[in-house]
Ligand binder design. Structure first.
Ligand SMILES: [Zn+2]
Length: 363
């Protein structure tokens, strides 16, 4: 098996000795660097010795193929539930999953329209009270099913007579055998107690039933989450900051603020400087011959005030995170730029400077 090789980090002259980074820190899906004893290392989130395992930095359901192995199973499960799920369900992410056929953990590509038609259904254009749901027959074919709606208006008139009018009559052909029961209970609901009159009305109703085939369009409101992705984006920034800056970063006051946010402490987000990228910032850097909406970009930047991690997910969500206010404290990593194409699923690393110099990133 071929593997990726990483040059060891070296201290610049005069710099204080940096902590040695465990060899298993760097691992890609399918291409892992040998790890002598991963079970003896601390989880980077709860900071206890908890048998760390593999963790997808960007959820696998979003085509994330970059893996770290320093998160314990308990933290991994919790983040999966709290952080990853919110990001995966965000509207832009759902749209991209549909477009690129990205399967979730259950091996299924989401289909929000069909899911809505199955669960809540939609209404026909001609009759906004005619509810249609999507059902599947024994042969596995989907069909539109009209949800029964039978309503009567019953008025008693002098002389022990009734004026009965059917105000809604929607009945699916497949429910023909249930029609009698449905009509009888609808008449009772409308206040008709006289059994002979119920029987007479049912017979009359039955005689007037006609088969009606309709191919009217159905309108459904598909609910989409516009938010809920914040924790998921924060998780990615935390894991990448550690990945690039090493264990020493775990003692940084900023890292503590991220852990509080990820543990959902009240006000946890206040310590994390978050700035949403504008559409222009989201669009750059440009990639030659590559559709921006099919890649994840992660990079580390530095100025005199701090160190920043930029997380861009599928060209739709982008956040700039401040991960340290002490830029001089850390060794600069060997690679500070990661790009993941969700179609070819092979993550690539480079130096941000090289990416800039090339004016893009060529595959
Ligand atoms: Zn943990």
């Amino acid at each position: 098996m071929s593997g990726l090789k990483f040059a060891p980090q070296r201290n610049p002259p005069g710099a204080p000795p940096a902590r040695q980074l465990p060899p298993d820190r760097r691992e890609f899906e399918g291409v892992s660097v040998e790890s002598p004893k991963p079970e003896s290392m601390l989880c980077i989130l709860c900071l206890t010795e908890q048998h760390p395992g593999r963790e997808h930095v960007i959820p696998r359901a979003l085509g994330g193929s970059f893996v770290i192995s320093r998160l314990c199973r308990r933290c991994d499960n919790r983040l999966g539930r709290d952080a990853d799920m919110g990001l995966i369900a965000q509207e832009h992410m759902v749209a991209r999953r549909v477009r690129f056929r990205l399967k979730g953990n259950r091996g299924v590509v989401p289909d929000p329209v069909r899911d809505t038609l199955r669960s809540r259904g939609g209404y026909t254009v001609a009759d906004p009270e005619h509810l249609v749901k999507l059902r599947r027959d024994e042969a596995g074919t989907d069909y539109g099913y009209s949800v029964p709606r039978l309503e009567f208006d019953v008025q008693e008139i002098p002389g022990n007579l009734y004026r009965i009018k059917c105000t809604h009559c929607i009945l699916d052909e497949r429910d023909a055998d249930k029609a009698e029961g449905l009509v009888r209970s609808a008449l009772r609901r409308a206040g008709l107690k006289d059994e002979a009159e119920i029987e007479r009305t049912w017979r009359q109703f039955q005689a007037t039933l006609v088969r009606h085939e309709s191919r009217e369009p159905v309108v459904a409101s598909v609910a989409m989450n516009t938010g809920g992705h914040q924790l998921g984006m924060t998780k990615i920034a935390y894991e990448m900051a550690w990945y690039w800056l090493g264990d020493a970063w775990l003692d940084d006051p900023a890292a503590d603020a991220y852990r509080k946010a990820l543990h959902k402490h009240p006000g946890g987000f206040t310590g994390v400087l978050v700035s949403l990228l504008t559409a222009d910032q989201l669009a750059g850097p440009t990639f030659m011959g590559l559709d921006d909406s099919r890649v994840h970009l992660l990079f580390l930047l530095k100025n005199e005030h701090g160190i920043y991690v930029i997380v861009k997910v599928l060209g739709a969500l982008g956040v700039l995170f401040l991960v340290s206010s002490s830029p001089g404290t850390y060794l600069w990593p060997v690679k500070d730029f990661v790009i993941m194409d969700v179609v070819d699923r092979v993550p690539k690393q480079a130096l941000m400077a090289d990416v800039k110099r090339a004016g893009g990133f060529t595959f």
